[in-house]
Design a protein around this ligand. Sequence first.
Ligand code: BGC
Length: 336
Amino acid sequence: MTICQKLKLALACSAALLPVAASAAPAGDAFATAAHLHRGVNVLGYDPLWKDPARARFQPRHFAIIRKGGFDFIRLVLQAFDHMDATNRLDPEWLATLDRVVKQASDAGLSVIIDEHDFNACSDDPDACAPKLKAFWQQIGERYRTAPKSVLFELLNEPHGKLDADRWNALLAQILPVVRASNPQRTLVIGPTNWNSLSKLDTLKLPPSDHNILVTFHYYEPFRFTHQGAPWTDNRDLHGIPLTTADERRIGADLATVAAWSEANKRPVLLGEFGAFDKSGTPIADRVRYTATVRRNVEAHGLPWAYWQFDGDFIVYDINHDTWVEPIRQALVGKP
Ligand code: BGC
């Protein structure tokens, strides 16, 4: 006989004695969400739209073009810290733009990952970042609490530098309850430190009872190939690096490692960014081969992916001429 039965308060007792983790566990399963994501593309991260909608390169009709072009979700890249006031309130006009974009994308039949992309600010100064990131998710969480489940939240792009595994896990432990308070059923996207590196998947500490987390990683290996000539990296002076068959084998092995991690840890996984820099003189045939190789391997394991990116650099769409970069699009959505 339990204490509760003795006290004849069975009902009240059984609720009160439920383990906290079980009663607080968010409903929903990220495997179910992941099953609706297949092929995605990163959009709008560096578009003038956010500062002045009148100067937008990306137009609402591009969402239908993306959907018809063979993609079913977007990763919406937001650098929101620039749009906060001194008390970390998000600019109402910026929020109105965000509302419009999320609605237009959803109306076009696309799932939307809202990705907070202030990764450099957060990685350089985690202490200054924490209140901003918390304020961001408090406001966005409230605002989108009734959004359809095709809207996902990605807590922070590519933590690195001072946001090492320990500090990133500590920051996550602060942010997660903020988001879960308003969005107990939302699928969240979270990746490991070291720029969402697959080698750091094991360091990620996620609440064991929260099954509504889609784990993400980014893949740009071999970096000497994908980022040759990229001015923001140490490879800025590197040119003429070919893609070898050994590289292709390595890509296959790396992606198999991720799939095995997913299986062993019972967490669904998303490849949130991959691609090869387009302004380096690398022959497009090599970039196409690279893109197709990653896509083929990742799809062989049934993992969803998002290409980096629609416009800007690494482009799959040429906004200036309003047309697809067809060889790259074919590498992504054509016959494998
Ligand atoms: C960054 C971009 C960069 C890309 C590839 C993204 O996460 O936001 O600035 O071009 O990674 O390096």
